[in-house]
Design a protein around this ligand. Structure first.
Ligand code: SAM
Length: 315
């Protein structure tokens, strides 16, 4: 492989851009999440000029390269071979090859093992640089209409078992917006599991097939989304953007921000009151209401139960 600097250029509106691919450097290159128009001129120039492309799925990336007339040697790098491939790629980098890492779609290292390679490069002081492109998470979040001030990227949540239950409980208690990737065949079950964790009334934006022909946004509550997807089979790629607990509370309290300007957290007692009132209004049983409150606030079951009894008696 070449150990020389490779140069390239691209032009836009007649203005030429020159650049040089540096030897011994890892380039993280963002690729489109659907719309090929989102492939940047710099991304194309880097892929055309590096010595090697490490791709999550080489057949998938080959289609992209063919479309842009790029011919390049590729190696696969994915969740099943990253441990064996990392030292091989590191060796090439240390010998002076330039290398681009791409995922099937979007930014490499987001929900793929690319971060393992980057971490190793950082440890060994191998230069890492980035050619940013779209990411489904940020694209869905931006268009969600939900608060983007603070958010938690959850990626894919575990498909089954205790880990799934624990993660959903964490998401239910998350104060700020959550961004989740989900496969179509699991979407309805995930919504149902969210509802079972007390999230029926939360707002959620389901962003489907972003930047593609069938792009669609559904901005409903989790409960309404369940009704929707019981009627309509989910197809395509999905990002779920879930309203956080603080925004949810604010909608129902209606008298200003829940968090004080001193930056203190809303008290668990306040939260219990709001949640119990909502649960009562939604005709939940006292048992379900108490369970949800305990899950969401971490308050003692006894305290919540006493408060619930009073509320149910007064209404
Ligand atoms: N690295 C990618 C990124 O930066 O967005 C994410 C890769 S992850 C393995 C693939 C998941 O991202 C899909 O299952 C889907 O949840 C989400 N995704 C990717 N492209 C999407 C699109 N066009 N519309 C909606 N979701 C998408």
């Amino acid at each position: 492989m070449s150990q020389n600097q490779n140069s390239g250029s691209w032009s836009r509106n007649g203005q030429a851009f020159e650049f040089t691919v540096q030897p011994g450097t890892l380039y993280l290159v963002g690729t489109p999440i659907g719309n090929l128009g989102d492939f940047s001129p710099r991304a194309a120039a880097v892929l055309a000029n590096v010595d090697l492309i490490a791709a999550e799925d080489t057949r998938h990336t080959l289609r992209l390269l063919n479309h842009f007339g790029i011919r390049k040697h590729m190696e696969s790098y994915h969740e099943h071979n990253w441990a064996a491939k990392t030292p091989v790629l590191i060796d090439l980098l240390q010998k002076g090859s330039s290398l681009a890492l791409v995922s099937d779609a979007g930014m490499p290292c987001i929900s793929d093992p690319g971060y393992e390679l980057v971490g190793r490069c950082v440890e060994l002081q191998i230069p890492v640089t980035v050619v940013p492109g779209p990411s489904a998470a940020l694209t869905g979040l931006a268009a969600s209409g939900l608060s983007t001030e603070r958010f938690m990227f959850e990626g894919f949540i575990p498909a089954t078992g205790r880990l799934r239950k624990e993660r959903i409980a964490e998401i239910a208690a998350q104060k700020y917006t959550s961004v989740i990737y989900e496969a179509p065949h699991r979407l309805l079950r995930t919504l149902e599991d969210f509802a079972a964790a007390g999230l029926s009334a939360r707002r959620m934006t389901v962003a489907r097939e972003l930047t593609k022909w069938h792009e669609e946004f559904l901005r409903l509550t989790v409960g309404d989304l369940i009704h929707w997807y019981r009627e309509k089979t989910p197809r395509g790629e999905y990002v779920l953007v879930l309203e956080g607990l603080v925004a949810f509370q604010q909608r129902f309290e209606g008298d200003g921000p829940v968090e004080s300007t001193s930056g203190q957290e809303p008290s668990a007692e306040n939260l219990v009151t709001v949640l119990l009132e909502l649960a009562r209004a939604a005709n939940l049983t006292i048992k379900d209401a108490v369970r949800i409150c305990v899950e969401q606030t971490g308050m003692s079951r006894n305290d919540v139960y006493q408060q619930a009894l009073e509320l149910w008696r007064d209404m």
